[in-house]
Design a binder for this molecule. Structure first.
Ligand code: NAD
Ligand code: DAU
Length: 354
């Protein structure tokens, strides 16, 4: 079997759904179920005898040790993390705890278990660390896209914590020969994304006639990748990626935030016109910028495209349209994730921003 950490989050749950569409192998999902973890994302897999779930914190070494002894996985795919930049600015502790200490404990327990395997199992074992392009820092408009050789220069507590975890993963390969592989991916979007991130937040706000909050002047650039394309890349890296290597994954789709919000508004105008006949574009509101806001991310994905024959299947137009449709069709999911603590976060982050 394989272990997946953080499988109840956005990318992890898409990965698990895609896993069972393509593979006939057991999978154990290890998730602490923070505010971002939602078992409802995986309700369609509950009856699958190949799917197993344990509610657990990856910082707990004893619990991890027990799981490795009991299940003897052939691979670990590590998604579990605190993932939202704005939350890392208002409260960095959990990011240090889960992203650095959690990854360290997971690496340690993986190493302990892996060290007892016979040579052939050791060789075929993989630890796939799912990381981000934010570790490379910020680009100007003229600079070339991030490659696997770009120096790390993280600027937020989130990206610094992910950079630390990447370094630990690298060190475990070099020092202990644990067969690790790391992916550094750009901004994902798609179904099941928690509505604190730009795209789902704007969809939900638009549907409630609330302001679409754009930080600064809206010219910051991100490279958007549809989540199932990322999951496909991860499955390829898991099976064919070379130990000790890192792979950049991106959508070949750089856009200014303002362009993303405009595109969303136009799709919504089409699919769910406002009752007053006005365009959703009128809800756009520029608000105080995110501190230390990275100006531009861009990914050079040549390595994974050439070495593993991967390329994104969705264009931004098709991916965004699927995403908006998914949110329109899943009102119950939205209602369940936006009660209680979610409202407190929205008040904390946006309350005095305009
Ligand atoms: P998410 O916030 O939606 O989900 C994180 C999951 O991890 C949740 O299910 C949560 O319950 C779980 N978790 C958190 N702390 C835990 C702990 N201590 N022990 C066990 N489980 C814990 O995140 P996401 O957007 O799905 O991102 C998944 C991974 O991919 C992260 O490592 C992130 O850094 C990376 N990544 C995300 C993006 C993106 O655009 N979202 C892009 C590139 C890389
Ligand atoms: O690049 C990969 C990263 O992408 C992942 O590692 C992170 O886990 C993921 O959260 C994402 O980080 P960003 O900070 O780029 O994503 P977010 O959706 O928060 O913001 C996207 C852009 O939109 C960013 O420039 C900030 C801006 N923004 C965001 C929000 C929430 C706004 O203008 N208004 C908003 O209300």
């Amino acid at each position: 079997m394989i272990f997946v950490t953080g499988g109840c989050g956005f990318i992890g749950s898409n990965f698990i759904l895609q896993w069972f569409e393509n593979c006939n192998e057991e999978l154990l999902n290890i998730d602490k179920l923070t505010y971002a973890g939602n078992p409802e994302n995986l309700s369609s897999t509950q009856a699958n005898p190949l799917y197993k779930f344990v509610k657990m914190d990856i910082t707990s070494a004893d619990d991890l040790k027990m799981l490795f002894l009991k299940h003897k996985p052939r691979a670990v795919v590590h998604f579990a993390a605190e993932s939202h930049v704005d939350r890392s600015i208002s409260g960095p502790f959990e990011f240090i705890h889960t992203n650095i200490i959690g990854t360290f404990q997971l690496l340690e327990e993986t190493r302990r278990y892996w060290g007892q395997l016979d040579a052939n199992y050791q060789k075929n074992f993989r630890f796939l660390h799912v990381s981000t392009d934010e570790v490379f820092g910020s680009l100007t408009a003229e600079e070339p896209a991030f490659s696997e050789k770009t120096a790390y220069a993280p600027n937020s507590p989130y990206s610094a914590s992910k950079a630390s975890s990447d370094h630990l993963v690298r060190a475990y390969f070099h020092t202990y020969k644990l067969p690790t592989v790391t992916s550094n991916c750009s901004n994902n979007y798609g179904s099941y994304q928690f509505p604190e991130k730009l795209i789902p937040l704007c969809i939900l706000n638009a549907l409630q006639n609330k302001n679409l909050t754009i930080y600064g002047d809206g010219t910051n650039v991100r490279d958007w990748l549809y989540v199932t394309d990322h999951c496909h890349a991860l499955r390829l890296i898991l099976e064919k990626g070379r130990p000790g290597e890192t792979y950049n994954v991106g959508g070949l789709n750089e856009m200014k935030n303002i362009e993303v919000v405009d595109a969303l508004c136009k799709i919504l105008d089409d699919l769910r016109p406002r009752k007053d006949g006005k365009s959703y574009l009128e809800l756009k509101t520029f608000v105080r910028d995110r501190p230390g806001h990275d100006q531009r991310y861009a990914i050079n994905a040549d390595k994974i495209m050439h070495e593993l024959d991967w390329k994104p299947q969705e264009s931004f137009a098709t991916g965004l349209s699927k995403t908006v449709n998914w949110y329109l069709q899943n009102e119950n999911w939205i209602a369940n994730v936006t009660s209680g603590a979610y409202q407190e976060w929205i008040q904390k982050n946006y309350g005095d921003r305009t």
